[in-house]
Design a protein around this ligand. Structure first.
Ligand code: NAI
Length: 762
C-alpha cells in the first residue's frame, strides 16, 4: 500500500467501479427480451445479443423485430391514439410527471445499464444523460398541461414512428417520446441494435406508471426493422442517425404524406479566436470532441484556431489530452470509455488511415485492445483530406488554423453539414458576429455541447431538418388548424407552335423580363406563356442568391416599407388585376401585402429559460433561397400567400405560378419592379409545374421548398428533395382569399430556428 504522502505526490488513484449487481440481477431475471407492444412484453422471437462493448460480454438476448411485429405495434399505437389524443392535457401531463419521477428514482440503475450496454463512462451517463432525460419528461409534462392554451386548435399528428441511434440511447428516447406524448401522439420506437436495453427498461417504467396500453410501443431490431417501421402506416417519422440512412428514409417517405423530421450527422466547427480564454477553450474541446468518445452528432470535431495563438493552444491541448483517463466505463474516474461496437472502431480507424495516407499527422488516437481508442487529433490536414470531410464519430478532432475572422467564418461553413458550432472569444462583438455568420442550427459561445429540454436542437443542409426541444419541438409533433380544400390538378401542358412573334409575356428573373431558355411557350388564358425549364430555374436561383445580402441587409423595417409600397401599387392597379382574378381575390391579395408588411419586423425569437446563468437565444432565420410552387386555383392570392411571408422573413424566392392561370403572377412582375423590390428577390418561372418543382428540389442552392399541390408532382418533388435534404412544406390547400390563409404558420415555415447559447458571468 502506498503511503498517503506518496499518493499526494503521484496523484495515482485506484479503481472506483460503480456497482452493477442490481442491473445484472435484473438482466438475469428477465432472460431474453421480446418487444413491448400494447402494454406488455411479447414472447421473444428470433434474438440477437446485446453486448458490453468494453468487455465483449453478452448482456442479454433481444428480439429482431419483423415487419409483422412492427405492424402489430403500429395497430396498438393506432388503437390507443384516439383515447390518448382526446385525453385532457392535464391527464397526459400526470403520466409524464409519473414517468419523470420514476426515472428519477431509478436513475442509478438506468445509468449503470446504459454504461454497460453503450460503453460510455458512468460519470457522463449519471451526471449528464440521466438528468437531461428526467428534465425532458418534466418539461414536456408542462407542455401537455398547457397544450390546449399554448397551441389552440392544434391536434396531434397521430401515430409516430421513431428511430433512434446508439450514442445517447435513453436520452434520444426521451427527446422523441416526451414531446410526441405531450402533444397527444402515440409512438412506436425502435432503439438502435447495439443499445436496446434502456429502452426496454423504459418500457417497464411505462407499465409501472400505468400508461394506457399502446401509447408507447418498443420494437427492437436492426436496420431492417427500421425499414419496416418507415414503410408502416404511421403519420410521422422522426429519425436520428446517419445522413445516409436519413436520405433513404426521406426517399422512402416521398410519396406517403408522412411528416418527417431528420436529425443527422455533423462535422461541427470549433472556432478559437485570438482573444479566447485558451484554458477554457481547451476544456471546451474535452466537452465538445472527447465527450462520449466523440460519438456525438454535434461534436465540435473541426477545431479552427487563430494562427497567432495556435502554438500555445496546442501545447495546452496536448497537456490536457495526456491527463484524460481511458478505461473501464463503470469506473467513476474514467473520462473516455469504450466505443459502442467493434464495427464503429473499424470505421474510425479506416477514416484515420485514409486521413494519414492523405498527409495528415495523427497526434494521440492510438487504438487499444477491444473497443477503445485514445483521444487524439489530426493536424497538418488539408481541406480536402477525408479526415476533414467525413464525420469520424470517434474521439479524434482535426486542428487547423486561420488568420482573420472572415477566414474563420469561411472555413467554419466549408461543409455540407449545418448542425452546430462552438465559438470562443472574450469579445462579445466578435463572438456574436461569428455566431450569426456560421450556418448551423445551434451555436455555443464560450461553451460546447450544452443541451436543455426547453432549447430547440436540430440542423440544416446534410444535418437534416426539424427541431427537438421547447416550443419548436412541440410544433413538430402537432398539426396546425386548417379547413383544407382541394386544389385542382393542373391541366396538361400543350406546347404552342413557335410563331416567331416577339412575345410580350416573359419570365421574370433577376428583376428583368427574360425569354425562356428553350424559347418555347404554351397556351393559357388566351396568351402564349413562356415554357420555363431547368436552365431557367438555375438562372433564377442564381439571381435569388445574388439578392440575398441586400434583401436581408434591409432588415424587417426596410422590408416592411417595400411591402407597403407593393400594396399601394397593387391597389392602384386593382382594375387590371380584376381581369385575372376575382375582385374579392384582388382585395384579399392587397390586404395580405399589408398583413405581412406589418409582420416583417414582428416575428420574433425568444430567450428561453434553460440553465441559470445562460442566455439562450432562439431566433428565426430566413432559409435563404426558397422554391415556391403556387396553388393552381387563386392565381393572385394563392401566389402572394406564399411569396409574401417568404420575402417578409428575408428570403429570396423562385416562384412557379399557377400553371393554368399564370397571367396574374406575370403581371405582378411589373408591379414588383416598380415597388422597390430589389431585382432577384422574387423570380417567376412559368411552365410545367411538376418538372419545375422537381428541378427546384434538386438544386443545391435552394434551402426550402413550399409545394401547394398534391399527387405525383408533390411525390416527385419530395423524391428529388430526399437527395438534397431540402425540407418540403405543403401548405394545406384552402380558400386563399380567406384571412385564415395567412399568419404565423407561414412565417414559421419561412424560417428556421437558430439557437445561440451564451453563458454569462465572469
Ligand atoms: P445508422 O444511421 O445506421 O443507425 C441509426 C438508427 O437507424 C439505428 O436504430 C438503426 O437500426 C436504424 N437504421 C439503419 N438503417 C435503417 C434503414 N434503412 N431504415 C430505417 N432505420 C435504419 O447509424 P450507424 O450505422 O449505427 O452508424 C454509422 C455512422 O452514422 C456513425 O459512424 C456516425 O457517423 C453516424 N451516426 C450519427 C448519429 C447522430 O446522432 N447523428 C447517430 C448514429 C450514427
Amino acid at each position: 500500500m502506498p503511503k498517503v504522502t506518496e499518493i499526494m505526490e503521484s496523484m495515482e488513484y485506484g479503481p472506483a467501479p460503480e456497482d452493477s449487481a442490481a442491473v445484472r440481477d435484473w438482466l438475469r431475471d428477465r432472460g431474453a427480451f421480446g418487444h413491448f407492444i400494447a402494454g406488455r412484453f411479447t414472447r421473444p422471437g428470433q434474438t440477437f445479443a446485446s453486448r458490453d462493448p468494453s468487455t465483449g460480454e453478452e448482456l442479454a438476448q433481444v428480439t429482431q423485430g419483423t415487419a409483422r411485429d412492427v405492424a402489430k405495434a403500429v395497430r396498438a399505437a393506432r388503437r390507443a391514439q384516439r383515447g390518448w389524443g382526446a385525453m385532457p392535457g392535464h391527464d397526459r401531463a400526470r403520466f409524464l410527471y409519473a414517468i419523470a419521477r420514476t426515472i428519477q428514482k431509478r436513475e442509478r440503475f438506468l445509468a449503470v445499464l446504459e454504461t454497460l450496454d453503450n460503453g460510455k463512462p458512468i460519470r457522463e451517463g449519471r451526471d449528464i444523460d440521466l438528468p437531461l432525460v428526467v428534465r425532458h419528461f418534466y418539461h414536456h409534462a408542462g407542455w401537455a398541461e398547457l397544450a390546449e392554451s399554448e397551441f389552440p386548435g392544434h391536434r396531434a399528428l397521430g401515430v409516430c414512428g421513431q428511430i433512434i441511434p446508439w450514442n445517447f440511447p435513453l436520452l434520444m428516447l426521451a427527446w422523441k417520446v416526451a414531446p410526441a406524448l405531450a402533444a397527444g401522439n402515440t409512438v412506436v420506437l425502435k432503439p438502435a441494435e447495439y443499445t436496446p436495453l434502456t429502452a426496454l427498461a423504459f418500457a417497464d417504467i411505462c407499465a409501472h406508471v400505468g400508461l394506457p396500453a399502446g401509447v408507447v410501443n418498443i420494437v427492437t431490431g436492426d436496420g431492417d426493422t427500421g425499414e419496416a417501421l418507415v414503410a408502416a402506416p404511421v403519420d410521422k417519422l422522426a429519425f436520428t442517425g446517419s445522413t445516409e440512412v436519413g436520405r433513404q428514409i426521406a426517399r422512402a417517405c416521398a410519396g406517403s404524406g408522412k411528416a418527417l423530421t431528420l436529425e443527422l450527422g455533423g462535422k461541427s466547427p470549433f472556432v478559437v479566436m485570438a482573444d479566447a480564454d485558451l484554458d477554457a477553450a481547451v476544456e471546451g474541446v474535452v466537452d465538445g470532441v472527447w465527450f462520449n468518445q466523440g460519438q456525438v452528432c454535434c461534436a465540435g470535431s473541426r477545431i479552427l484556431v487563430a494562427e497567432s495563438v495556435a502554438e500555445r493552444f496546442e501545447t495546452l491541448l496536448r497537456a490536457r489530452m495526456a491527463r484524460l483517463r481511458v478505461g473501464p466505463p463503470l469506473d467513476k474516474s474514467t473520462d473516455i470509455g469504450a466505443l459502442v461496437d467493434p464495427v464503429q472502431k473499424e470505421r474510425i480507424l479506416s477514416i484515420l488511415g485514409a486521413a494519414v495516407s492523405a498527409g495528415a499527422e495523427l497526434v494521440g488516437g492510438l487504438p487499444g485492445r477491444g473497443c477503445f481508442i485514445a483521444p487524439g487529433y489530426l493536424r497538418n490536414i488539408a481541406p480536402a483530406n477525408p479526415g476533414m470531410i467525413e464525420e469520424i464519430f470517434g474521439p479524434i478532432a482535426t486542428l487547423s488554423t486561420f488568420r482573420t475572422p472572415d477566414e474563420a467564418a469561411d472555413l467554419a461553413n466549408n461543409t455540407r453539414y449545418g448542425l452546430a458550432a462552438s465559438v470562443w472569444s472574450e469579445n462579445a462583438a466578435v463572438a456574436t458576429d461569428l455566431a450569426a455568420r456560421i450556418k448551423a442550427g445551434v451555436v455555443w459561445v464560450n461553451c460546447a455541447n450544452l443541451f436543455d429540454a426547453a432549447v430547440p436542437f436540430g440542423g440544416m443542409r446534410d444535418s437534416g431538418y426539424g427541431r427537438e426541444g421547447g416550443r419548436e419541438g412541440m410544433l413538430d409533433y402537432l398539426a396546425a388548424p386548417v379547413a383544407a380544400q382541394r386544389d385542382p390538378l393542373p391541366a396538361e401542358i400543350v406546347p404552342a407552335e413557335a410563331s416567331g412573334i416577339d412575345r410580350t409575356v416573359k419570365l421574370y428573373i433577376g428583376g428583368a423580363q427574360k425569354r425562356p431558355d428553350g424559347g418555347a411557350s404554351y397556351a393559357a388564358e388566351g396568351e402564349l406563356i413562356p415554357l420555363g425549364n431547368r436552365k431557367d430555374i438555375r438562372n433564377a436561383v442564381e439571381a435569388a442568391q445574388g439578392s440575398l445580402a441586400k434583401w436581408q441587409g434591409l432588415g424587417g423595417h426596410g422590408r416592411a416599407q417595400v411591402l407597403y409600397f407593393l400594396a399601394e401599387n397593387l391597389a392602384q392597379r386593382r382594375a387590371e388585376f380584376a381581369g385575372f382574378a376575382s375582385p374579392a381575390e384582388v382585395d384579399a391579395a392587397i390586404r395580405r401585402c399589408f398583413f405581412y408588411a406589418g409582420f416583417a419586423d414582428k416575428y420574433d425569437g425568444a430567450t428561453v429559460a434553460a440553465k441559470p446563468g445562460h442566455l439562450c437565444h432562439v431566433q428565426p432565420e430566413p432559409h435563404g433561397v426558397m422554391g415556391l410552387v403556387a396553388p393552381v386555383a387563386a392565381p393572385l392570392a394563392g401566389f402572394l400567400s406564399l411569396v409574401l411571408p417568404a420575402i417578409a422573413m428575408g428570403n429570396s424566392v423562385v416562384a412557379v405560378p399557377s400553371q393554368d392561370l399564370p397571367m396574374a403572377a406575370l403581371t405582378l412582375a411589373q408591379v414588383l419592379a416598380c415597388s422597390d423590390v430589389p431585382g432577384g428577390v422574387v423570380n417567376i418561372v412559368t411552365g410545367p409545374r411538376d418538372a419545375l418543382s422537381a428541378a427546384l428540389a434538386g438544386h443545391d442552392g435552394v434551402s426550402a421548398i413550399w409545394h401547394a399541390g398534391q399527387g405525383e408532382g408533390l411525390a416527385a418533388t419530395r423524391a428529388a428533395a430526399a437527395a438534397t435534404l431540402i425540407p418540403v412544406w405543403v401548405p394545406p390547400p384552402r380558400d386563399w382569399s380567406d384571412p385564415a390563409a395567412q399568419g404565423r404558420e407561414f412565417l414559421r415555415a419561412a424560417s428556421r430556428i437558430k439557437t445561440i447559447w451564451l453563458p454569462y458571468g465572469a
